[in-house]
Structure formats: structure tokens, C-alpha cells
Ligand binder design. Structure first.
Ligand SMILES: [Zn+2]
Length: 477
């Protein structure tokens, strides 16, 4: 057993209680008591291990419902050319990555997220999901397992073209292959069978097709004349994804943009929508599609960088999580910063400073994010019975003083760098900003070596560009 003390505990429970001078009691990885320090100290006087104290705010471990595997070793590469970024990274992920790459990226990403107070994360395998091999998902999962962060692996069909070209390491070279829709469904199922529910449920797998309608442009909204008719291939794709999720009892995650939802619902039987689905991005969704999301009970997640009408989604009853979409080309795994950026974008666009107050923003990265993942009975708040996933923020710093209006202070002024201690399942995984299970400097050094090695071997150095000195708008010679 252990007791975690806080000057303030932001429980995010049903009543949204914020407790001063309080404590959380943890036993066997679960929260068994929450309350005033005076009572807890008397009732649990036998507990030897005590952490936290009057310089900390305790919040639920943050939940990042959308991010990527593979991105951490490519951060900022190609960042100045969003128009070609996908065309650079897709062939790299599919044809020039090794188990070592996915393992080191997993270690580094898990350390990064842990350091930002994230205790449960979603990691889509690559940008378009790579689902031609099980070993890369297993290598990624090993990295997260060693650090200790709970992780949902997102793997599923890559989208068009199908079959998709891939390559696997073969001696000193690469052996080219292709992967069909059926191949990717089989590999996704094998990854689910191998990894879903392992580590006492800390590793999960969600079936994650790249988008819900493969025939449409996958990275932005489709104008009405491009989103006219659902194809037979779209229907086959939707049917295969739904069938796999049903057979394996797994949830579904995917990207969707304007036009995707309307087109998918041309065939409700194969539409990847519903309460077991959370969709990311949503840029270009119009009022009718927002109504369709609400009517189907589909959950939604959103990251800074694209405009979508989050207040309208919420007003219609759609549960919305704020996410990092980290960490490439330049989307940090700092979920507090991401939530703030989502708020700021809406305030500027709507010219309405009353939108998305701090309480709602904190819900979007804790309880609401847990609901989006279908895990709200397990994580997202500090309540008796839930897994003891906690983040302790050091509040004795200039930018967090004076300490009042704690939720405002955390959401408005804190960042991931203020996270001092993190527990997952009651185990301290981060202490004084340092991961407890892995040798952080050694991981960083190894990640640097593997990243540079892969970029050089794949010939991507030209995408490590200078920063645009003196340019108001980026231009290239
Ligand atoms: Zn993404």
C-alpha cells in the first residue's frame, strides 16, 4: 500500500471535487480511498510508503487518445513541407524501418509521454498504419512495456493503394513485398491475439484503418463533388474492419474528415461508426455530418492544427477528447499544451473567449478521453476502484504561484515539464522527472544513433532543412 499526498487533489470524479490538503490511498494498483489528509492519516496509519506532499497537485494520469508510433525518431524531419511530408514518411515506415527502429521509438515515445504526465496513450503504427508484419507492433509494445505506460496500439488497413508496397530487412538489403487488404486484416488479428490485454491490460490493441472511407482523400476534407458515391471497395473495407473488431471484441479507431462520414453512411451496414469507434481530426465536418456522428454514438478526438467545430460536436452530445497527434512532424507529446492550443484555435476563430473553459479542457484529457477509449470505468479520474494512474505536478514554481484556482493554473500555466512524479497502476514510473524503470540517458543516446542511422540509410537528409531565417513565409530555393 502507499499514500499519495497533495496540497490539492483534482479528482475529476462525478462531482468534480477539488480537495485541499488531501490524500489518495493505493493498494494492489487500485485507488482504495480518497479524502482529507487528516482522516486518511488516522485511518491508514499503518501504511509505510508515503509520497507527494504539500508542494504537489495530484491529477489523474492524462489520457492521450491519438498519437503515433514511429514519429518520435522522425520529429521535425520534413516539417517545413506539409505537402510532401506524408509522401516522405510513408515509404520510409513501410519499407525502411526495422524492429530496432520501432523498439527505440517506443522507448523514447513512452518516456516522452510519461514525462508529460500521460499514463494511457494511443499509438498508431506509423502514419498510415503499417499492418504487414506483427514484429514491428511487438517491438513497439516492448518499448512501452519497459517504460511502463499503458498503451493502445492502433493497427489496421493502410488505405489505398492496395495492395500496398512494403519491404522487410533481408541481410544487408531489403526484400520488397506487397500487402493486400486481407493480409492486413490477418496481421492485425495476429497482433490482437498476441498483444491485446497483455501486461494485465496495460497493452491494448484497437483495429485502426487509416480512414473510414479509403476511396476519399485521406488527409483532409473532400469537397461534395469528390464525395459522391461509396465504392464496392469501400464497402468491403468497412465490412472487413467491422467483422474483425466484432470477432476479436476490440474497439476501432480511425481518421475521418469532411465528407467521410456522409459517404460511409450510404451503407450503414459497413459504416465504421458507432459507440465502439473513436475518430480523429474531423476537419471539414459540416453540421449534417456532426449530427450523423451524434446519432451513431461515435466518439471523437481532436488535435491542434486543423479546424473542426468542437463546441457543436459537444453540444450534440458527442464525447470529444483533446489529443497530441504526436510527435511528428512537430506535434509535441505535451497534452496540456495540446489542449490549450485546441482552446486557443476555437477562441480565435469564433472570436469567443468564453469557449472551452479550463474545467472542460481538463475533462477532454482525462475523463472524456477515457470515455472516448471506452475505458472510463478504469481510468480518467481519481475515484475508489479505478486504476491508480496519477500525475503529481510540482506547484512550487514561479509560473504556478500564487496557488489558487488550481484547475485554471494547471490548464492555463502548467506544461508537461511541471510533472514531477507519475504512477501507473500504483507503481511510480517517474520520480523527480526521471523514469524509474529504464536508463533514460542510455535510451536517448541509442535513439539518437538509430534515428540518424535510419535517416542516412534512407537518404532523407535533404528533409533536415534550415529554419527559414528572415523569411516571413517559408520559401525554398
Ligand atoms: Zn494522427
Amino acid at each position: 500500500m502507499k499514500i499519495v499526498y497533495g496540497r490539492t487533489i483534482v479528482t475529476m470524479d462525478q462531482q468534480r471535487r477539488v480537495l485541499d490538503d488531501a490524500a489518495v490511498v493505493v493498494d494492489e494498483g487500485r485507488i482504495v480511498d480518497v479524502g482529507p489528509r487528516s482522516r486518511i492519516d488516522v485511518e491508514h496509519s499503518d501504511v509505510a510508503e508515503r509520497i507527494g506532499g504539500p508542494s504537489f497537485a495530484v491529477i489523474p494520469g492524462l489520457v492521450d487518445a491519438h498519437g503515433h508510433a514511429g514519429h518520435s525518431l522522425l520529429k521535425t524531419l520534413g516539417a517545413d513541407r506539409p505537402d510532401v511530408w506524408m509522401d516522405v514518411v510513408t515509404p520510409f515506415y513501410f519499407a525502411r524501418t526495422t524492429e530496432e527502429y520501432w523498439y527505440l521509438d517506443g522507448l523514447l515515445s513512452a518516456m516522452d509521454r510519461l514525462g508529460n504526465g500521460v499514463t494511457t496513450s494511443v499509438s498508431v503504427m506509423g502514419s498510415r498504419p503499417r499492418a504487414d508484419q506483427t514484429v514491428f507492433s511487438a517491438a513497439h509494445a516492448r518499448g512501452y512495456a519497459e517504460v511502463g505506460v499503458a498503451d493502445v496500439i492502433g493497427i489496421g488497413p493502410s488505405g489505398n493503394p492496395l495492395p500496398h508496397p512494403t519491404a522487410v530487412p533481408d541481410g544487408d538489403g531489403w526484400q520488397s513485398r506487397t500487402s493486400s487488404l486481407a493480409d492486413m486484416i490477418d496481421v492485425t488479428e495476429a497482433v490482437i491475439r498476441e498483444l491485446d490485454g497483455t501486461r494485465d491490460g496495460l497493452t491494448r490493441v484497437f483495429v485502426t484503418p487509416f480512414t473510414i472511407v479509403p476511396s476519399l482523400y485521406p488527409s483532409g476534407p473532400s469537397t461534395p463533388h469528390r464525395a459522391v458515391r461509396l465504392t464496392d471497395a469501400d464497402r468491403a473495407h468497412g465490412a472487413a474492419v467491422l467483422d474483425l473488431a466484432r470477432r476479436t471484441g476490440t474497439r476501432i479507431h480511425s481518421d475521418a474528415f469532411g465528407g467521410h462520414v456522409r459517404l460511409a453512411l450510404q451503407d450503414p451496414d459497413t459504416a465504421i461508426l458507432g459507440p465502439h469507434v473513436h475518430l480523429q481530426h474531423g476537419v471539414g465536418l459540416d453540421a449534417e455530418e456532426i449530427t450523423m456522428l451524434a446519432a451513431t454514438g461515435t466518439h471523437f478526438s481532436h488535435a491542434p492544427g486543423g479546424l473542426v467545430d468542437v463546441p457543436s460536436l459537444m453540444a450534440q452530445g458527442v464525447v470529444v477528447a483533446a489529443t497530441t497527434d504526436g510527435s511528428a512532424p512537430q506535434r509535441p507529446f505535451d497534452l496540456l499544451l495540446a489542449a490549450r492550443a485546441v482552446r486557443d484555435a476555437h477562441v480565435v476563430r469564433e472570436r469567443d473567449p468564453y469557449l472551452l473553459p479550463p474545467g472542460k479542457l481538463l475533462e477532454m484529457i482525462t475523463v472524456d478521453a477515457a470515455r472516448v477509449l471506452g475505458m472510463d470505468d478504469e481510468i480518467g479520474s481519481i475515484e475508489v476502484g479505478k486504476r491508480a494512474d496519477l500525475a503529481l505536478i510540482d506547484v512550487e514554481s514561479p509560473h504556478l504561484t500564487p496557488w489558487w484556482m488550481p484547475v485554471h493554473r494547471i490548464v492555463g500555466q502548467a506544461s508537461g515539464r511541471d510533472v514531477h512524479t507519475v504512477l501507473v497502476g500504483g507503481e511510480v514510473l517517474l520520480e523527480a522527472g526521471v523514469p524509474t524503470r529504464v536508463d533514460a540517458p542510455a535510451v536517448v543516446a541509442e535513439a539518437q544513433r538509430v534515428a540518424v542511422g535510419h535517416v542516412v540509410a534512407a537518404g532523407l537528409q535533404s528533409h533536415l532543412t534550415e529554419p527559414g531565417w528572415g523569411q516571413v513565409r517559408r520559401v525554398f530555393a
